[in-house]
Design a protein around this ligand. Structure first.
Ligand code: LLP
Length: 475
């Protein structure tokens, strides 16, 4: 029989033997606890980081980012080499882009994928070689395309017929050949542990496979464009290779047909490699994934009697996700009695959906640990919530935390390196937290935190004490 408490516990969540333990897959490799039980990241106590930089604080472990970037490059290099081709790994900057991270990944041999003019400027300002940048986006403006062509972006991933004509006009005015890939929808959509395969996917990106041949034919007519191949991204937080295999097989059908009209030197299979957010997530090592994905593409090519193209991949989350740990200070706790008779402890922290929107947006699961000390109380089912004026402002939906967790304690939420800072916002006029990199006992700010003064500085009503109607558009 279920006890009252069991009824609010999701099936996957088990009571830990020790609510202070650090499940290996969700923390950076450097995470440990010191003799006092406090969390230590890259040799620095979480309490020291919080005292120095305040909370909330996003901590990024540099070695973790570098190690994972290197592992992806080496794994795909090896798998491609085994099959007689080459592979390039682009870091998908949408997961988290700032100058320092861009330099780390480039240093580890990765290229950079950007998907807006803003991300492009960050990469360029960081010194990323324009030729090693891939430029994505379903609605690139003429200005963004002009800038990309002018600076010599290596590859533009074309997403629509309108974009092809925009590029035709832009490249006609400048004397360069712009390399492009054509993004296609394979109809395979990966959903975490499973994947769905449909003929027609109802979404905004890319060309449906039946329309892509005409798009490529048009690109081949345009003197300023060099068609390099197809691109396909099937989704995010994917485990296993089944989705990649099915998608590659469908895309190779078109790839083979296109070879009849000219060269198709490349194939980009996108990103989406899953990471662990809680102890139940068990991602396959990248060496295995890379080997199996490249082998599947090689088999598909052999079956069609075509050469294996140069391959590229675009991991984002898998490079930075587990390198990030968010530190919060606990403000209040509250035990809420539910109708079922169960009790849920609400632990309120000093951030929330402004620094981590993923739980509210996607129902994402995270985990959490007491960071300033080791707890001594029994594991207590808890929900970590933020300070925003919204009941959906949940950071960690279900977690067992020590029952003695109290106001003033530091709480750490791991696996927040990807799509947390990137999606952060100023809801309720909460300033965005600083981002600090740690390595070998040293820490440094890589993105400064916002202040309330930053937020007020955008409020035009405060500049003059009155709204300036003179600047407005007059009929
Ligand atoms: N390449 C393309 C074309 C993409 O659209 C994406 C992600 C990636 C690569 C990188 O995917 P990754 O390896 O990071 O899974 N905000 C959502 C994820 C949106 C992903 C969008 N595209 C989240 O927080 O889960």
């Amino acid at each position: 029989m279920l006890s009252p408490a069991d009824s609010i516990v999701p099936e996957w969540l088990v009571v830990p033997d020790d609510a202070n333990d650090l499940a290996v897959a969700v923390w950076p490799a450097s995470a440990t606890r010191d003799a006092d039980g406090a969390l230590v990241l890259a040799g620095i106590r979480a309490t020291t980081l919080a005292q120095t930089y305040g909370t909330p604080l996003l901590v990024i472990d540099e070695d973790e980012v570098r190690t994972r970037a290197r592992a992806f490059r080496l794994a795909f290099d090896a798998a491609a080499g085994d099959n007689g081709t080459t592979a390039q790994v682009y870091y998908a900057g949408k997961a988290f882009l700032c100058a320092t991270v861009a330099r780390w990944v480039v240093d580890e041999g990765l290229r950079v994928d950007v998907c807006t003019g803003g991300e492009l400027e960050v990469a360029l300002a960081a010194g990323v070689a324009p030729g090693s940048i891939g430029f994505h986006g379903n609605n690139k403006s003429v200005a963004e395309l002009e800038r990309a062509v002018a600076v010599g972006v290596g590859t533009i991933i074309v997403d629509s017929a309108i974009e092809i004509e925009r590029l035709a006009a832009i490249t006609a005015r400048v004397d360069t050949a712009q390399r492009v890939l054509v993004r296609v929808i394979s109809g395979v959509h990966a959903e975490t542990h499973d994947f769905l395969a449909t003929a027609h996917e109802d979404q905004k990106f890319g060309f449906p496979l039946p329309e892509a041949e005409a798009a490529v034919a048009r690109i081949r007519e345009i003197p300023g464009l060099e068609f390099a191949g197809l691109h396909c991204h099937i989704g995010s937080q994917i485990f296993g290779v089944a989705g990649f295999r099915e998608s590659a097989s469908r895309v190779l059908e078109l790839h083979a047909a296109l070879l009849e009209g000219g060269p198709v030197p490349q194939l980009n299979l996108g990103g989406g490699f899953g990471i662990a957010y809680t102890r139940v997530d068990d991602p396959t090592p990248i060496e295995t994934l890379a080997g199996e994905i490249v082998a599947a593409v090689a088999e598909g090519c052999a079956a069609r009697g075509i050469p294996l193209p140069a391959l590229s991949f675009e991991p984002g989350r898998a490079i930075v996700g587990t390198a990030g740990v968010t530190l919060y200070e606990v403000g209040t706790t509250k035990d809420v009695e539910l109708d079922s008779g169960a009790t849920r402890r609400y632990v309120s922290v000093d951030g929330g959906m402004s620094d981590n929107a993923r739980t509210a947006l996607y129902g994402a699961q995270f985990s959490a640990r007491l960071a300033s000390r080791a707890g001594i109380g029994a594991p207590q089912l808890s929900r970590v919530v933020g300070k925003h004026c919204e009941s959906g402002d949940i950071v960690v939906d279900h977690e067992y935390l020590p029952a003695d967790l109290a106001p003033g304690d530091l709480l750490a939420v791991p696996s927040t390196g990807a799509y947390c800072a990137a999606l952060s916002n100023n809801y309720n006029h909460v300033p965005r937290p600083p981002i600090v990199a740690v390595r070998d006992g040293r820490a440094g700010v890589i993105v400064r935190g916002e202040t309330v003064a930053d937020l007020l500085s955008r409020d035009a009503g405060l500049e003059t004490g009155t709204m300036n109607h003179d600047e407005g558009v007059a009929e």
